[in-house]
Design a protein around this ligand. Structure first.
Ligand code: SF4
Length: 350
């Protein structure tokens, strides 16, 4: 028999207030339930101790609370934590806590699998099964915030949408999750501490700009030469660099926010002077920052980290052109939690 009960967490506070009023109760009851769901993180109606037993039974009869479960947790030697998160329908996504001396960052997933086919990415091997709901995204953040407090004695400081999936292919739900994360009734985090990382969907970047979002944008670029980019990120043939650049120009004209580019330099793919020259040419229209990310091989032998010499060439050329550049060492490699390695491969359970 199909369960007809609705997920109560899909309801806004106003909808919950209406529900109680329409059922002969006070609108205020909706506020109380909402607080239990979103501030206190209740997973059962019986946890809602300031709600009468009869009301709890009525809620139980009509609704479910579809929460996530962190079934597996792995801790790396460097303090990174990878969570395997089971969703209410049994599907699994991963999220990662990345600690440094000054911050704790949550890397969260937005889809189960991914419909894009980036050749260097382990997630691409999992077909896209579905989009995550706003609450499933929010729950990953709450779980990591709790782990941050437990293991590092501090709250989460930053969030990046760089886990499984392309966040702009699930834009409405990502936006709702961020609303909840930043609201006082959620985690009250500043949107300035949130970065949505996209492989570059021009139409959606323009929409984000028009929506005047307050969070940051990062683009996984990896090459500013169409042929090269298409060979490693095939969807580039549909969304070529000229369209991406036009969308980013629109983003910058609206937001005046610096644009971050995520970029891996691979041996034999994009490690020549012409590659970095194309990158400079692509991003010089606006204040930009390039994160050169250390690559974590996914056992296919094709993609290998470039030499130090090639990385230095990138750094020197970018700096000469007044483009900020940082080198990002990967974290959590020993537990397959590093960038591009998320593929539901969980060996150890802690
Ligand atoms: S890099 Fe991102 S967009 Fe590309 S396949 Fe992996 S998860 Fe999807």
């Amino acid at each position: 028999m199909v369960d007809k009960k609705k997920d109560i967490r899909a309801f806004t506070k106003e909808q919950l207030r209406d529900f109680f009023m329409n059922n002969g109760d006070k609108a205020f009851r909706g506020n109380q339930v909402y607080e239990w769901l979103w501030v206190k993180g209740a997973h059962n109606f019986d946890d809602m101790t300031n709600i009468s037993k009869d009301t709890r039974a009525m809620l139980e009869a009509n609704f479910v609370i579809n929460h996530i479960r962190v079934d597996h947790m792995q801790r790396s030697n460097d303090g990174t934590i990878k969570n395997a998160v089971t969703l209410h329908d049994g599907l699994v996504v991963e999220s990662v806590l990345i600690p440094t001396d000054t911050r704790t960052t949550a890397c969260v997933s937005s889809q189960v699998g991914c419909s894009l086919d980036c050749k260097f990415c382990a997630t691409a091997r999992l077909k896209r099964m579905r989009n995550l709901n706003p609450d499933e995204i929010y729950d990953q953040v709450v779980a990591i915030n709790n782990q941050s407090k437990h293991y590092h004695n501090r709250k989460l400081t930053n969030i990046v949408f760089m886990g499984m999936g392309e966040p702009l292919m699930n834009y409405p739900n990502v936006l709702k999750a961020i609303d909840k994360i930043t609201s006082d009734e959620g985690l009250g985090m500043s949107p300035k501490r949130i970065t949505v990382s996209t492989s570059g969907v021009p139409k959606m970047i323009k929409k984000m700009a028009d929506d005047e979002v307050k969070f940051n944008l990062a683009v996984s670029l990896h090459s500013a030469i169409d042929d090269v980019r298409t060979s490693i990120m095939p969807f580039n043939s549909k969304f070529p660099l000229a369209d991406l650049r036009e969308a980013l120009q629109h983003w910058y004209s609206k937001t005046k926010k610096i644009i971050t580019y995520e970029y891996v330099v691979w041996a034999g793919i994009n490690d020549q002077q012409k590659d970095v020259d194309a990158l400079v040419n692509f991003c010089k229209f606006a204040p930009s920052k390039v994160n050169l990310i250390e690559y974590n091989p996914i056992d296919d032998g094709i993609f290998q980290q470039a030499t130090e010499k090639a990385i230095n060439m990138y750094v020197n050329t970018l700096e000469k052109n007044n483009i900020t550049v940082t080198i990002r060492r990967s974290r959590g490699k020993d537990i397959d939690a590093a960038c591009g390695q998320l593929a539901n491969k969980n060996d150890a359970v802690v």
